[in-house]
Design a protein around this ligand. Sequence first.
Ligand code: NAD
Ligand code: MG
Length: 385
Amino acid sequence: MKSKKLVILGSTGSIGKSTLEVIQAHPGRFDVVALAAHSNVDLLIKQYEIFKPEHLCLVNENKEQQLREQLKDKKVNILIGEKELLQLVKLDDVDIVVNAIVGASGLKASLETVSKGKVLALANKESLVCGGALFPPLVKKYGAKILPIDSEHSAIWQVLTCGKENEIKRLIITASGGPFRNLPFEKFSTIDVNQALHHPTWSMGPKITIDSATMVNKGLEIIEASVLFSIPTEKIKVVIHPQSIVHSMVEFIDSSIIAQLSRPDMKLPITYALFWPARVLSDFGELKFEQYTELTFEPPDIKKFRALKIAYEVAEQSGTAPAIFNAANEVAVQGFLDSAINFLKITDIIEDTLGKIKVVSQPNLDDILDADKQARNWAKKLLKG
Ligand code: NAD
Ligand code: MG
């Protein structure tokens, strides 16, 4: 069987590493053509030694010397910087681009991938949140495909094989509720970084872990689902499911609800995307029902997790509003991780920024990038008080 040629953007992160584990678990099925990362030279070199890609890209220009020095005897094409990263998705003969970059920095690579008519295996939800309406026409025009890696979207994608588009009543996205589901709101101002980085069911990169604690992540995911599955957000419901076993559900017009279940391990949705349209034998762990004797569901508390309510409003508003929401959040999360602001301030900054930056209703890419920049500048001012 011909191996699939892959480019992995963000290979040193949580999803990037899990993707490489999936590849290692299936010898001979994938050929890693290129790896890209932001700054982690040591890990990128380790990955190079194992997967021997033809191309390596490092976005952080300050680390160029270190990378070149350590690979000076090797036959590998080294690319440096954000613009160069885009060259990787244009390479001929690449079957799948895995976008596991964190944040809006992944947007251009996603747009470039679909504009080359390639298959985009997408973890970088911020691409769809910010780029929104830009994606569907490009996918259509260039015959590209976007395959979701986000577990909820993978679940919905798998379940949608059970019915036709006009038979969907609504999508039901599950959320673990994060570490503060049971914490009284009065205590939210005391939450510290370590507590917020301790997710009860998933092990992920720092940004998405904080997003899960504020429920901004679920907000980003309703927008992501709306773009991916061309469905208005009023038909997307969020339900809290603390065990993270049911990854999402689809309710069809006959009122049947179909769900996808598995252990909370990103290697499962990654495997599904990489092998799609086939399913393959994998040993990433069986779901043991003895360990999960209770699967519970409850509505989200939007008074405690205001960001989710704001996300619905932003989705409704559309245009550049989701990009503003996302940019303000990225700045605020970094501020929280740097201990510059408290936990509650993350949502305050998002709200304040949305009130400040003018929304463009039918944006092109420049409008989106401009909204992102304006929102970041304003949010940075708010960080300083
Ligand atoms: P992470 O922080 O662990 O890794 C991010 C990766 O992106 C790193 O390899 C880093 O070098 C790279 N990167 C950062 N900035 C970059 C830039 N400007 N240009 C190029 N590369 C850059 O993040 P993660 O948890 O792996 O998340 C990645 C994406 O996947 C996010 O969009 C996240 O929302 C999504 N996602 C993650 C999980 C998860 O379990 N981790 C689950 C669902 C979705
Ligand atoms: Mg998710």
